[in-house]
Each structure stands twice: as structure tokens, then as C-alpha cells.
Design a protein around this ligand. Structure first.
Ligand code: ADP
Ligand code: MG
Length: 479
């Protein structure tokens, strides 16, 4: 091994200690030294982004470890060499391209405009219905880059997302963002979509369960051509929470095909997941390697300063003022998840407005401590099933059974509804968790409870009590 490689290896060793493995693999692994003289070492990196990142974040680390080995080198220079090009060529040659077919599909579609949801009112499939039932567009207007607070926990993901929004389909394709619940993944990818929507790009944003149920319906109704056309005539395809396709062969097959078509045409693809591709069980290898072939970044739990900044920004958006010491208390107490942070803030604001009380840091502290404005504990499917069963004085096994007796069927529907609402599991996954029920049964139950809630006071009370039991027990996250 030559001297420059030895020097650079020791730098890599130090950086590796400071960042996660996927990050290291995405950003750093493919860097190498080109030359080194008395005073300067020149490093080849794969993107301007990596260069900036090394310069801004690791400059000291890099120089320190270089100087441990060679006292004389005082400067590191980075040159960018794009390795992405060769990548895309090799993929293009592997997949069987049907350019003309795709072109004619595009032409057929170009007359109809693709909306945010990526579908039009004529197709009349279940996908559209899911949308209408929810009554909202899947894209939230306020999920923008402007409203996203950047800290060290998310700066890479943020930079990558911005870069994708600025130059879709070029460098970071696919973009794969992963991390725990409530850490801003959906916000970031919708920021990309919102930005590109302004530039008149065709965008399709789906969650993986919408993708799955749309696919199942299209297969059932002989509408696959329609499905394919809709998913392939876009400039940007986003699939949120892709982890749920694990174990679903037909879905993975279609994601793979869609991916290849879009990728070959330099269309941007973005995924989020609660874990990196390598940790998604029963994800087939070829899809895994597609996911890993682009940019993988994670979002982590924000540190105190970022939590404070997020709270301040949310206050501003709501036009509500809270003193710094109150904000500090919230940020100190609620650590693990931005959604909870926001939830706590909302409850405090509501309380102030409702009761017209003077709110003090001590009061906020007490409220959070006492569990009235608490960080939600993370519940599992099992917890929900147990608590629902306990609430209705039935056995958990009854919920998993096929019994149609009303005093079992209704609690079962409530359990399905709660798992969906609280854990955001996909309909097929909920079906599995309830002893192998069909996804359409789950969807139906969820819809029914959602609808009944508006008019059925007893049901509302039951659900409120169950939620109370779910979240108001001693919360380990808070200690
Ligand atoms: P995830 O998809 O990772 O579960 P979301 O994107 O749904 O999380 O984020 C949960 C909530 O927290 C959203 O309301 C989002 O706007 C907010 N949020 C998360 N991270 C940030 C951030 N860095 N700045 C501002 N708001 C954030
Ligand atoms: Mg999300």
C-alpha cells in the first residue's frame, strides 16, 4: 500500500467512528487519494455534495489524522469525479427497455394531467376512492423546505432532498431516506414533491399501502396497463414507507419494473423507510441492490438545539408566542420524536387558549410529568390488541379468530382501526396481525369505524378510553 493510501485509510478510519455505516458506505467509501506531495493531498470524491460535506463537517478530523502520520501535509484538496454515469449505463443494459411502448403510453397520458395524487378522475379505481374518502390531497402544503428545520440529525437527508428537488433524476437516484417514526421523512420527501409540483413536473406520491392496494385492485380488475401507465409517466415517483413491501412478491416485482422504467429514463425515484434496505426482511436481493445503488441517508433524533428551533418555528407558523423558558422545558422533556414535540406544543397552546391561564415553565413541566401532555409511548400491535381485548372483556384470541359475533366483531374492527391510526401499518399488514384477514376486510373496518365515530358517542368514548390506556401508562420514554 502506498503512503497516500495509508494516510487516507487512517482518515477513513476516524470518520467511520463518527457516522453510521450506511452513511459511510454512501458517502465515503468510494473516495480515494489521487496524489500527495509534501504539503497537499488530493482526494477523489463522487459528488460535490460529498466534497462539501467532508470540508464542512470533517475538516478538523481529516487534518488531525493526516498530521498524525505526516507532519508536513497542510492541505486537502477534493476533486469530484462522477461515478454515477457508469452506473446508470450498466443498469440500462441489464433491463430490457421498451422505449417505444413507454413513449406511446406517455402520449396517451399526456392529454390527462397528472395531479398530485398522480391519478385522474376518470379512472374510477380504488386508488382514487381512497383519496376521496380521506378527503385530502396526500401532499401537505406546509411540508416545504422552508418549514423544515435543519440540524445535525437531518442535515444530510435535507441536503440530499434539496439536491433532488433541484436536479431530479440526475445524481441521487434513487434517494432512500430512512429513520424512526416522526423524524421528518414524510415532510422532507413531500417538500421535494411540493417544490417540483411548482415547476410543473408530473409527480406521484404514494404510501406503500396505497401502492399495494392499487396494484391488487388493478390486477383483480384487469387494469394493469392503466396502473403501469400511471406509475411510469411521471417525473418523480415517491413511495413512502417502502418497508411494508417486505415479503410481498407481486408488489416487489412491480416496484422493480416501475423502478427500472423510470430510472432508465432519468426520472427521479424517492423512497422512505423506517430502516435501511439491508434491514428490510424478505426484500428480494435485486430490489435491495436497486435501493442501495443510489443515495442512502438517515434521519436521526434531533438534538436539543434543533428541538428548540423546531418548536420556535411551529409557534411562528401558528402565530403563537411562548417564552423561551417554556420552549426549553418542552424540548428537554420530549426527546425522541418531532411529531410528539409538535403534539405537546399543540396541547399546551390549546390549554392556554381554552383556559386562559397563565402558563409557566413549572406548570408545563408538571403537565408533562403528570402525563397530561406527555410524550406518547411507542405502542405495538400487541399492546393495542391486548388493551382492546381487556377493554371489551374478551380474549385476544377472539380478536384473531373468525367469529362474527357482534361482541367480538366490533372490537376487532376497533382494533384494526386503532392499529391503522396509531401505528400507520398497511392494510395487508394489519390483516396479517389479526390472524390472516384480507386487506379489503381491514380497509372496510377502518372506514366503518371512521364513519361511525362521527355519530356514535359510545364508540367515541370507547376509543378515547382505549387510547388513554394505550398512552397514559407509565412511559419509559419520558424518564
Ligand atoms: P416521519 O415520516 O419520519 O414519520 P413526519 O415527516 O411525518 O415523520 O414528521 C412528523 C411531524 O414532525 C410533521 O408534522 C413534520 O412537519 C414535523 N417535523 C419533523 N422533522 C421536522 C423538522 N426538521 N422541522 C420541522 N418540522 C419537522
Ligand atoms: Mg412518514
Amino acid at each position: 500500500m502506498d503512503e497516500k493510501q495509508r494516510v487516507w485509510n487512517s482518515v477513513l478510519g476516524e470518520i467511520e467512528l463518527n457516522i453510521s455505516k450506511p452513511q459511510f458506505n454512501t458517502w465515503i467509501k468510494n473516495t480515494y487519494p489521487i496524489s500527495m506531495d509534501e504539503t497537499e493531498i488530493v482526494i477523489c470524491v463522487s459528488s460535490a455534495f460529498t466534497r462539501n460535506w467532508l470540508e464542512n463537517k470533517f475538516n478538523l478530523t481529516i487534518l488531525n489524522s493526516i498530521q498524525k502520520i505526516t507532519g508536513s501535509v497542510k492541505k486537502v484538496r477534493y476533486v469530484v469525479q462522477n461515478t454515477q454515469k457508469t452506473n446508470s449505463k450498466s443498469i440500462k443494459s441489464v433491463i430490457n427497455l421498451k422505449d417505444q411502448e413507454l413513449q406511446s403510453q406517455k402520449e396517451a397520458l399526456s392529454a390527462k394531467s397528472i395531479s398530485h395524487g398522480g391519478f385522474n378522475s376518470e379512472s374510477g379505481n380504488n386508488f382514487v376512492q381512497t383519496q376521496r374518502q380521506n378527503g385530502t390531497s396526500l401532499l401537505k402544503e406546509n411540508y416545504t423546505f422552508e418549514n423544515f428545520i435543519v440540524g445535525s440529525s437531518n442535515e444530510l437527508a435535507h441536503a440530499a432532498a434539496q439536491s433532488v428537488a433541484n436536479e431530479p433524476g440526475t445524481r441521487y437516484n434513487p434517494l432512500f431516506i430512512y429513520g424512526g417514526v416522526g423524524l421528518g421523512k414524510t415532510h422532507l420527501i413531500q417538500a421535494i414533491a411540493n417544490k417540483l409540483a411548482k415547476n410543473n413536473k408530473n409527480i406521484l406520491y404514494v404510501t406503500s399501502d396505497i401502492f399495494i392496494s392499487d396494484l391488487m385492485n388493478s390486477l383483480k380488475n384487469g387494469k394493469m396497463e392503466d396502473f403501469k401507465a400511471r406509475h411510469r409517466a411521471v417525473d418523480l415517483l415517491i413511495i413512502d414507507d417502502i418497508q411494508f413491501i417486505g415479503g410481498k412478491e407481486a408488489t416487489q416485482y412491480e416496484v422493480f419494473n416501475t423502478f427500472n422504467e423510470l430510472y432508465a429514463h432519468n426520472k427521479q425515484i424517492v423512497f422512505t423507510s423506517d430502516r435501511p434496505p439491508s434491514a428490510i426482511k424478505t426484500l428480494n436481493d435485486r430490489l435491495k441492490s436497486r435501493f442501495e445503488g443510489g443515495m442512502i441517508v438517515d434521519v436521526a433524533i434531533p438534538e436539543f438545539e434543533t428541538r428548540v428551533a423546531i418548536l420556535k418555528s411551529k409557534c411562528m407558523q401558528k402565530n403563537f408566542e411562548l417564552t423561551d423558558d417554556i420552549i426549553y422545558v418542552i424540548a428537554q422533556r420530549i426527546k425522541s420524536n418531532v411529531r410528539e414535540l409538535e403534539g405537546a406544543l399543540n396541547k399546551i397552546i390549546a390549554r392556554v387558549q381554552l383556559l386562559n391561564t397563565k402558563i409557566t415553565p413549572e406548570l408545563v413541566d408538571k403537565l408533562i410529568e403528570g402525563g397530561q401532555i406527555h410524550s406518547q409511548r411507542i405502542v405495538s400491535t400487541d399492546t393495542i390488541l391486548n388493551i382492546v381485548a381487556e377493554h371489551f372483556h374478551i380474549k385476544k384470541e377472539d380478536l384473531l379468530s373468525k367469529s362474527r359475533k357482534k361482541d367480538i366483531a366490533v372490537p376487532r374492527q376497533i382494533a384494526m382501526y386503532l392499529i391503522r391510526e396509531e401505528l400507520k401499518l398497511t392494510f395487508p399488514n394489519i390483516g396479517e396481525a389479526l390472524g390472516g384477514k384480507d386487506h379489503s376486510t381491514v380497509m372496510h373496518s377502518w372506514n366503518k369505524i371512521k364513519k361511525d365515530l362521527a355519530s356514535n358517542y359510545t364508540l367515541e368514548q370507547d376509543i378515547a378510553m382505549i387510547k388513554n390506556k394505550l398512552y397514559n401508562e407509565e412511559n419509559p420514554e419520558n424518564s
